[in-house]
Design a protein around this ligand. Structure first.
Ligand SMILES: Cc1cc2nc3c(=O)[nH]c(=O)nc-3n(C[C@H](O)[C@H](O)[C@H](O)COP(=O)(O)O)c2cc1C
Length: 331
């Protein structure tokens, strides 16, 4: 079990759907797996403390569908014991692994030494991974950034995590201070790969599958990373995981909207599902010039029935262009 990541990365480069709070819930993961079953999904982050103290939270976010497997659950906190207790709970839900968030740069997270605060508080970071490994048979991975305010510490930091038996590391090519500014820079990630034996995954501004497959190679082709992770590139566009810059037709997009909404309504309370699906709907159609005519209704839908009605209207109004792709639509 602990060599899960090593064995998987030896087969082929791993394409990850990034953990994204408010996005990568069960329904979103199903959508991306439907497009490419080989995509490895990481859940949005959950507080280890929350999972330990709230059975309601655990029962709401940890159950998942077979199509999402093998699923990785991401957790954050700062106290190693809390991680160990959370791992015992997560184990019961048949997941494939636990990922530790050492990525999040949000002020309130960092100031209490969670997320990327652990890049500075490195002894605690190592202790968390070690404690988790003792507490559970599940493989442990870590998602982090280049460093706090530069990449000088990256190699030592990851070597420490490796010694604590982290099985895979994902590195976002920005520092915590950078948050989302500038461009992701993978130079130090290629360098890191030369110094550690665990699989190394790159993340940051990867647009789609082909872009990811190109970026796992250093510019001089001397280094090959073990995979890539896509976050924002998947907004409205699970087809980013199809090899070959795939562009879906209007029909495929409408079918996926319906699938996404159904999966959400099946996995969450109706009120929560209604609120959650609204942000996705307009994004799916954003390339179509006529979306403005439907925007108001899509961002205020109240039920699956209403949504199906709107989707039927769109299918009827654009019956002659259902098989066109956004780039083929001229007016
Ligand atoms: C809305 C949103 C929520 C995010 N939530 C998380 C999270 O819960 N855990 C995490 O490790 N990263 C989180 N991230 C960061 C992404 O996983 C990823 O590292 C980042 O967006 C860079 O990748 P990208 O350029 O492909 O989007 C989040 C990003 C976004 C846009």
């Amino acid at each position: 079990m602990k060599d899960f990541w090593k064995k998987l990365s030896e087969k082929w480069p791993i394409a990850f759907l990034a953990p994204m709070d408010g996005y990568t819930d069960s329904a979103y993961r199903q959508v991306n797996k439907k497009v490419n079953p080989d995509v490895m999904c990481v859940s949005e982050f959950y507080s280890a403390d929350g999972l330990v103290h709230s059975k309601f939270l655990a029962d709401s976010v940890l159950p998942h569908q077979d199509i999402e497997k093998p699923l990785i659950i991401q957790i954050f906190w700062k106290d190693p014991d809390k991680f160990a207790k959370a791992a015992k709970i997560i184990e019961k839900y048949n997941v494939a692994g636990i990922d530790v968030n050492m990525w999040c740069p949000a002020k309130k997270v960092v100031s209490s030494w969670h997320g990327s605060g652990l890049i500075i508080n490195r002894d605690t970071a190592f202790e968390i991974v070690e404690t988790l490994n003792k507490a559970t048979h599940l493989p442990i991975s870590v998602k982090t950034r280049l460093g706090w305010n530069g990449a000088e510490t990256l190699i030592d930091f990851v070597k420490g995590l490796e010694s604590a038996w982290a099985g895979l590391i994902t590195v976002h090519g920005r520092t915590a201070k950078q948050a989302y500014t500038g461009f992701a820079d993978f130079t130090q990630i290629y360098e890191l790969k030369k110094h550690v034996w665990i699989p190394v995954i790159c993340n940051g501004d990867v647009e789609n599958f082909d872009d990811g497959m190109a970026k796992i190679y250093s510019p001089d082709k001397q280094v090959k990373l073990d995979g890539f992770m896509i976050g924002r590139g998947s907004f409205w566009n699970p087809w980013c995981f199809v090899p070959g810059w795939y562009e879906p037709s209007l029909r495929e997009i409408l079918d996926m909207m319906s699938f996404h909404a159904n999966a959400l309504f099946l996995s969450k309370w109706e009120k929560k599902a209604t609120l959650d699906i609204r942000k996705h709907l307009v994004q799916y159609l954003k390339w179509f010039p006529w979306v403005s005519a439907y925007r108001k209704r899509l961002v205020t839908i109240e039920s699956m029935e209403i949504l199906e009605g709107i989707l039927l209207e769109i299918r009827t109004e654009f019956a002659s262009s259902l098989d066109l792709k956004p780039s083929e639509i001229t007016v």
